[in-house]
Each structure stands twice: as C-alpha cells, then as structure tokens.
Design a binder for this molecule. Structure first.
Ligand code: NAD
Ligand code: 3PG
Length: 619
C-alpha cells in the first residue's frame, strides 16, 4: 500500500480510532454561513476492537431504522445533547439519530447516562472527563464540541478509549469579534455601570463621562481568526490598530492596515488592549504584574479569549492602582467565577458570562457545523474538524511512524524558535531520500510538519484532511524539495527531513543558517527521531522529552557546568550533544531533558559567562 493512502493522528491515539482515507477526497472545501468551513470526506472505518461492555451496564437495545446510505436496516444511533443546541442542528441530528436533549445535567447524571449513547454533544459548560469517557467506553464513539475550545474535554482519555472528538472552529468567530467590540464600546462609555446606577434610581451624568475610541490605539494580542475580525471592525471605528502575534502572516496584517509589533511595543503603546490568543503554556498568565507595569497608565483591557491568559490577582492590583483604568471580561480562569470574586465585583470591571459565541446566528452555525460533523463521524466519515485525528494502517505505520513523528517534532521545535514581529512567511520542507516520487508520497509528512507548526500556537487542530487548508488559512506557504540520496539501495524511506522557516526572526540566533533561515534537520536512528542539525551546527540528540539549546564559546568544561546546574535541580539529562563551527569558536549544546527546568535553573544556565544564548523547547 502506498504511503499516500494513509492518515495519522497524534501518536498516542488508540487503534480503535483508526481510519483510512482515499487520497482523492482529501481537499473538499465548502463555504457556508459566511465562514469558510471544511466538509467531511467519506472514508472507511477500520475494525474497531471495542472493549467488552459489562452485562449490568449494557445500553438499551438500539431502535432499528434505515440509517445507512445504502438503505440497509441497521440500528439507529443515539445522540445525547448535554447543552442547548440550536433547533437547526437538532434537525440535522434527528434525520439520522435518536436525539435526547438533557440540558443542565449534574456530573453524576451525565456519568449515569453516557453509556447509552453513541455520541455526546457539549459546549464549554460540560466537563467531559476521563470518568465520563470511561463510562461511555464500548458505545460512545464521538464527542462533539459545539464551539472552538476543547479545554473541557479530556482529549487523551478520549483517544485512549477510541472516541473521536470533533469541534466547530469557525462558526462563532464573528460573534466573538462582535462581542469584543461590544465590550470595548460599552466599557469606554460605562454603559453597564450607568445602567445599574439608573436602575437603582441614580441619575449620575457627571460620574459616567466616558472616553472616545476614535484616534486611540488598540493593540490586538493574537492576530488569528477572532483577532483579525476585531481589527477590521476597530478600524471602522477610527481606531489606530496594531497587533502582536509572532506567528501571524505579515501580509494579512498589512492587507488590513494593521502594524505587527513586538509584545512590549504592543502593550506599551496601547490605549486599549484586546486579547485573542489561545490559552497555551506560553500564554498562561502572560498578562501579569510585569506586563501591566509596561503598559500606559490608564490602559483599558478587553478579554474574550480565555481567562487563564491573565493573572487575575495581578489585574485586581493594577485596577486598584489605576494602572489599568478599566477591564471588560467575558472569560475567567474558573468559570463560573466565585460569587465574591474581587475582579468580577470591581467597579471598573464590566463582565459577561462567557457570551462571546452566544448569538442566534453563531449558535445556529455552530449547531449545524457540529451536527454535520457528528453525523459524518457516526457514518464512518472523517470530519476535517476532528481534533484527535485519524491514523494510518499498521503496515504504513510500521515504516513511516518514526518519520511522521520526526516531521511533527521538527515543526513543533521550529515554531518555538520564532520571535519578533515579522510573522512566518515561507516554510520549506526538504526530504533527502533514495526513493522516487512514486514510492514516497510526502503529503503525510507535510501534514505533520504543518501540525507541528500550527497546533502549539493556535486553537486549530490539524489532521491530514485539513492540513493544507489550515496552513493556507494561516498564510503559511509550504514548499517541498526532494533531494536524491546517493545510496539508492538504502532501505529507509528517508535519509533526513529538514524544516526551513524563511524571513523570520529567531529567539535563538544559533538556529539561523548562513542563508538567514531557521533550519532544523532530523533523522531516524534505530527507529527513534533525532535532531541532527540546528542552523549551521551539527548535533545529535534524541527527540524525546524536552530540549535545551545553548550557544556558547567552544571551551572546556561547559558540559560539566550545565550538567551540574541541571543535576542540582534534579533535572535528568536524557541526551547531550555538542556541535561547533571551529575549535575555540562558536558551539551549541543540545540537551534532552526529562523534566521541565524551572525559571531559576534556566537563568542559572544563562548566567554562565561563556553562554551567549539559550532556549528551552517543549516537544
Ligand atoms: N469568548 C468566547 O466565547 C470565544 C469565542 C471564540 C473564540 N474564543 C477564544 O478566542 C481565542 C482566539 O480564537 P481564534 O479562533 O481567533 O484562534 P486562532 O487560533 O485563529 O488565533 C489565535 C492566534 O493567537 C496567536 N498566538 C499564539 N501565541 C501567541 C502569543 N504568545 N502572542 C500573541 N499571539 C499568539 C496565534 O498565532 C494565532 O494567530 C481562543 O482562546 C478561543 O478559545 C472565545
Ligand atoms: O471556545 C468557544 O467556542 C467559545 O469559548 C464559546 O464557548 P461556548 O460554546 O460555551 O459559548
């Protein structure tokens, strides 16, 4: 079987979720409800060795009806809708399945019910925990998230029990952007405070004098789907819009008349700051005492992204001191927030209960998008919005698995090296192989590089079906080059894979090649992906755990010094490799570590006099 007939999800996915897709159907796109969306493509579900269901917990018998496209009689699937879904979506579901809407269930009620259903649909208010997924094991095949964020679904557990998770990533973008603008305007004019005062009988015209928006600088933090829609609307209000997003395409920003700037410049120049980045380890509490201190006194902040990007205690301090004049928040670290939350009760704070996606139109769009994805998945089709993606059949996996993992890891490392404000422009993937184009289809590898580049910095989930579309959406131009390997007798499908990011700045200058690109190259050795080139430096480090890269003057004792610091802090080194240009000149150390070193440990490494720069990268 050719490699081109295969798909691969995250390596931990269980065999029960295995799906194969014909290459001819890989790129069907459709435009709908104003937002571009991907259609599902038909594919064959490979045999799913479902776990045996205990006699006592067996679900009730299925109702028999004609649900197959071939008209054959087979059981009608059952779908549990746990949160309010628009009628349009329910109608799509009812055509294919028995639908039960059980809104507002307690966790115990959900746990008791879930084993009777083939699919479960939720929004952000229902926690789909490991316990829930375990309870559904054997019958529950799909969890549909009617919205973007899947922070409430235990993805790892879903994958382990062979349950596909699909989401609806685009239909609520405009609604979230409009809510951001609504909060911006109502905060600036004290609408909610004045409304509350008037309803309490107070006519306070002098107290609620607002500030104007026209001519003010708005910084958009995260220039993705929602951020760019907010920018477009704010320009219409006469605001000067700048943005910070290290991974956004500069062309798209330019087309909207938005200047991309560094983090410090964005927060330092802004009168208003609107947050639109995903909650990922690098953005967690990124707005904290230190960043508030760099803002203009009297700045105003809007958050319709995720509560966790703000250190909420620090925001209360900044509001109390007047550093931040006002905040308008739709999202909170814990939802719902405590009733006595000082942030929510602060008089200079406007709050809404996570309403960004809550418009009639968005909920209709999201409901249809998720209903179609769930029905498609129950039919054995692969949704382009599958979050824990599909994988390749065993015979393909056995040969390509380590290269697939290598491709994703190179993408993942490369994107973490990006810095500055120019955004990623060109991506080139170079394969050195003894095989001809007919023997090695590189789509899977290209998709995995895209997955590695996109997933760590966005709320987009990439699988083989949507990889090229996801790259295009983000303005990533991915080109490929095949370099013939000298030894045509070589058995391995690939000698090496190289990922080059052009026209980017890097937070680690040592990763920049002589040609000015971020360059990472890897090989598979004894079935394990290895990093073998960083910029111009040859290294050899197994890609397991996490990685520290240090650039230093080549001199004796460096390995010992860094090793000591890590050892003292109980950080286990799994691999270490040094590469240098010339003796006594520049060298880099690539260190594989099992644990994540804390900030102080990394600072101690950086403080070694011969170390010129270092970076910690997560795999
Ligand atoms: N309040 C709501 O109801 C609601 C509705 C929709 C989306 N959201 C949330 O809004 C956020 C944005 O959603 P989206 O659909 O626009 O996602 P997206 O993936 O399209 O955009 C996120 C952008 O953030 C950028 N980014 C990543 N790390 C960054 C960093 N350190 N600094 C600056 N930018 C960074 C990415 O490059 C990307 O361009 C998500 O957190 C999503 O869950 C909330
Ligand atoms: O992630 C999302 O799509 C938004 O935060 C909306 O969540 P909701 O569907 O619970 O409104």
């Amino acid at each position: 079987m050719a490699a081109s007939r295969a798909l691969l999800p995250s390596p931990q996915a269980s065999p029960a979720a295995r799906v194969a897709v014909a290459p001819s159907s890989l790129t069907t796109l459709a435009a709908r409800t104003g937002a571009a969306r991907l259609r599902v493509v038909r594919c064959a579900v490979l045999s799913s060795p479902a776990a045996p269901v205990a006699e006592s917990s067996k679900p009730p018998a299925h109702r028999i009806s004609r649900s197959g496209s071939d008209g054959a009689l087979r059981p009608k699937p059952a779908v549990l809708v746990a949160e309010k879904l628009s009628e349009a979506g329910l109608a799509v579901l009812r055509e294919f399945a028995d639908v039960e809407c059980a809104y507002g269930m307690s966790p115990a009620e959900l746990l008791a019910k879930v084993s009777q259903f083939d699919a479960l649909i939720v929004r952000s208010g229902t926690k789909v925990t490991r316990e829930v997924l375990e309870a559904g094991r054997g019958r529950l095949r799909v969890v549909g998230r009617a919205g973007v964020g899947i922070d409430n679904v235990d993805l790892q557990a879903a994958t382990e029990v062979g349950c596909l998770v699909v989401n609806a990533p685009t239909a609520n973008t405009v609604a979230a952007a409009e809510h951001g603008i609504a909060l911006l305007a109502s905060m600036a004019r004290n609408v909610s405070q004045a409304d509350a005062a008037l309803k309490a009988g107070k006519w306070q015209r002098n107290k609620y004098v607002g500030v104007s928006l026209v001519g003010k600088t708005l910084s958009i933090m995260g220039f993705g789907k929602v951020g760019s829609e907010v920018a477009r609307r704010a320009k219409g209000l006469g605001m000067h819009v700048i943005a910070h997003d290290p991974y956004a395409p500069a062309d798209r920003a330019r087309a909207l008349g938005v200047e991309l700037v560094s983090f410090d410049e964005a927060i330092g120049r802004a009168d208003f700051i609107s947050l639109h980045m995903p909650l990922i380890p690098t953005t967690s509490k990124i707005f904290n005492d230190e960043s508030f201190a760099k803002m203009k006194t009297g700045v105003r902040i809007i958050n319709v992204a995720r509560g966790g990007v703000i250190d909420e205690d620090a925001l209360v301090r900044a509001l109390d001191s007047g550093k931040v004049a006002q905040a308008a928040l739709d999202v909170f670290t814990v939802e719902p927030p405590a009733k006595d939350s000082m942030l929510v009760l602060h008089e200079n704070v406007t709050v809404t209960p996570h309403l960004g996606a809550s418009t009639v139109e968005a909920q209709e769009g999201v409901a249809i998008e998720i209903a179609e994805a769930v029905v498609g998945a129950l039919r054995g089709e692969l949704a382009a919005t599958a979050v824990n993606a599909p994988m390749v059949p065993a015979e393909i996996m056995s040969e390509l698995a380590p290269y697939v993992s290598l491709a994703e890891k190179l993408g993942r490392l490369a994107v973490q090296l990006v810095a500055g404000e120019s955004g990623i422009k060109g991506v080139k993937v170079v394969y050195t192989t003894a095989r001809g184009p007919d023997d090695l289809d590189t789509r899977l590898l290209r998709a995995m590089v895209t997955k590695g580049l996109v997933e760590p910095v966005s709320s987009t989930f990439v699988n083989l079906v949507n990889a090229d579309y996801a790259a295009k959406q983000r303005g990533l131009r991915i080109t490929e080059e095949r370099v013939a390997h000298d030894s045509p007798a070589a058995e391995a499908p690939l000698e090496s894979v190289q990922v080059r990011l052009s026209n980017v700045q890097s937070k680690f200058a040592g990763a920049i090649s002589d040609g000015g690109d971020i360059v990472l190259e890897g090989r598979v050795k004894y079935g394990v992906p290895h990093l073998t080139l960083v910029g111009p430096y040859e290294v050899d480090v197994s890609l397991e755990g996490n990685l520290i890269l240090c650039r230093q003057i080549d001199q004796p004792g460096m390995i010992g010094k860094v090793g000591n610091i890590l050892g003292q802090r109980n950080v286990n080194i799994s691999f270490m490799s040094v590469g240098r240009t010339f003796r006594g000149k520049q060298a880099i150390m690539a260190i594989g570590v099992d644990e994540e070193p804390d900030k102080e440990t990394l600072e101690n490494i950086g403080a070694i006099p011969a170390i010129e720069e270092f970076v910690f990268l997560e795999l």
